[in-house]
Design a protein around this ligand. Structure first.
Ligand code: HEM
Length: 481
């Protein structure tokens, strides 16, 4: 270790700064950075992670020193789940990653058919005035898109079209994304479950013989990377709009006046929807699914700001904190899509104030596809349906609590139910999603798991992310107690 290292909070022997991270590392490192600065070195196990929390420092990592910072650290969790880094997202920088990434970018194309399917399924419920599980719909939409691209086949009606898949993806993400704990926690069950999903897909693929030219497929980790990120953003968007009915109305007016009565939205229409685009940007500013991006690792000695950064330092860019920096954003905690009027900031990794897709060589290759899914899905949901809260519920009652894995989701993500009716219909309702008891259950489970993960190697923390709050879940830490 040489040179002038970045400052960091005082550490305990062995634990380092682990005890200061808490269940929401993006929040705790944000608080710590207010005291120790936007370039801050922590101590966790043998790898000291550098946490970067300002747009300026992010630019140094993602642009000025992109080449030196674009590898990934060899973490135990991702290593196991990706068969020794044979994926794109966690592969170290090098020839293999470059080849995989080329294939990945070339394969990500349009997804209109799947959005039609989403609208059809919401319509079915709306006509009958049945509640819509929007979380399930979003997951199913993004799963269909990724399925067709990755496996070259239709998701709906496939063997994997069931609730279990969502749980497996969710659990794998918790494992891949935990800031530090995946190096200490048991991985095997998560590995085996994900593995058996892939095994079934591969078997099915082999059984069905060679694919047609237009159904070529790639089987890799875009399966996990692509499904949940976009689904989560859709939920945050709908929650943000439900909390701010003026913004919801404005977005709907824009869409309806642009599309008129033609009853169909195309990608071309969506490109004209400037307010909708601002709603998406604002949502991704406040709730980027990958709050700390994916971890990077330096390949050589560099300087960031005034500080010397050693080779093999792990870097987390806290884009969640940057999105709340009061030096950049007025009233940062408020959902104000209008802040993007006459504002050139886009999401393509060149404006370091807003980095939900990351930046530099490792920028999300699914950015165009992710944005198109979000725009098309949201535009369709707002064009065809009206949404409102049930009687007695106020906007501020919508809980925006988070849950952390690889991506940060609303706690309610697992069980939300929304209701809608077609916009020409009469009654509407937007139902509350989770009862208080269940919410408390989740919070308590998280706390228990977090404490236990420090004490017991066999803590069921990954399972806790799947906990559905019922006694039928054998892994529920409360029940196990
Ligand atoms: C709203 C949607 C999405 C968001 C917010 C998002 C965000 C991100 C972020 C923050 C990263 C890490 C970037 C970095 O380290 O600098 C990433 C990487 C990645 N994303 Fe996305 N993503 C989305 C959708 C998708 C989709 C739809 C796909 C695929 C179909 C995808 C595939 C990937 C892959 C393969 C990587 C790893 C890239 C690499 O390491 O070279 N993402 N994404």
């Amino acid at each position: 270790k040489k040179g002038k290292l970045p400052p960091g909070p005082p550490k305990l022997p062995i634990l380092g700064n682990l005890h200061q991270l808490g269940p929401f590392p993006h929040r705790s490192t944000w608080q710590l950075s207010k005291k120790h600065g936007p370039i801050m070195l922590l101590q966790l196990g043998s790898t000291p992670p550098l946490v970067v929390s300002s747009a300026e420092a992010a630019k140094e990592v993602l642009k000025i020193h992109d080449l030196e910072c674009c590898s990934r650290p060899p973490l135990t969790g991702p290593k196991r789940l990706t068969y020794n880094f044979q994926d794109v997202a966690f592969a170290p920088y090098g020839h293999y990653w470059k080849e995989m990434r080329k294939i990945c970018v070339a394969e990500l194309f349009s997804m209109k058919k799947e959005v039609d399917f989403l609208i059809e399924s919401v319509s079915g419920s709306a006509t009958l005035a049945n509640p819509v599980d929007l979380s399930k719909c979003s997951f199913s939409l993004t799963a269909s898109i990724i399925f067709r691209i990755v496996f070259g086949k239709q998701f709906q009606g496939s063997e994997l079209d069931n609730d279990k898949l969502q749980k497996v993806v969710f659990e794998a993400e918790a494992m891949l994304g935990s800031f530090c704990a995946s190096d200490f926690l048991p991985l095997e069950s998560s590995f085996h479950e994900l593995d058996s999903v892939f095994q079934r897909v591969i078997k099915d693929h082999l059984d069905s013989g060679p694919t047609k030219d237009d159904e070529e497929d790639i089987v890799d980790d875009i399966f996990v990377a692509g499904i949940d990120t976009a689904a989560i953003s859709m939920i945050w968007e709908m929650a943000g709009l439900a909390r701010k009915p003026t913004a919801m109305r404005k977005a709907q007016n824009e869409i309806r006046s642009c599309v008129g009565k033609k009853g169909k939205l195309t990608e071309n229409d969506v490109s004209k929807l400037t307010y909708l685009n601002m709603v998406i940007k604002e949502t991704l500013r406040l709730h980027p699914p990958g709050v700390l991006l994916l971890p990077r690792e330096t390949m050589s000695q560099i300087k960031i700001g005034d500080y010397d950064i050693n080779p093999r330092t792990r870097i987390a860019v806290n884009v969640w904190a940057i999105g709340r920096d009061p030096d950049i954003w007025d009233n940062p905690e408020e959902f104000i899509p209008e802040r993007f009027i006459d504002n050139a900031i886009d999401l393509k990794g060149q404006h370091f104030e807003l980095l939900p897709f990351g930046g530099g060589r490792r920028i999300c290759p699914g950015i165009n596809m992710g944005m198109t899914v979000l725009e098309l899905a949201l535009a369709n949901l707002l064009y065809f349906f009206d949404w409102k809260l049930p009687i007695g519920m106020r906007e501020i009652d919508i809980d925006m609590e988070e849950k952390v894995g690889l991506t940060v989701v609303l706690v309610e993500y697992l069980v939300p139910t929304l209701s809608a009716t077609i916009s020409t219909g009469t009654s509407r309702s937007f139902q509350s999603s989770l009862n208080i008891g269940m919410k408390l259950h989740h919070v308590i489970c998280d706390l228990i798991c977090f404490t236990e993960s420090l004490n017991y190697v066999n803590s069921p923390i990954s399972r806790a992310y799947m906990c559905n709050g019922t006694t039928s879940n054998p892994y529920c830490p409360r029940i196990n107690r």
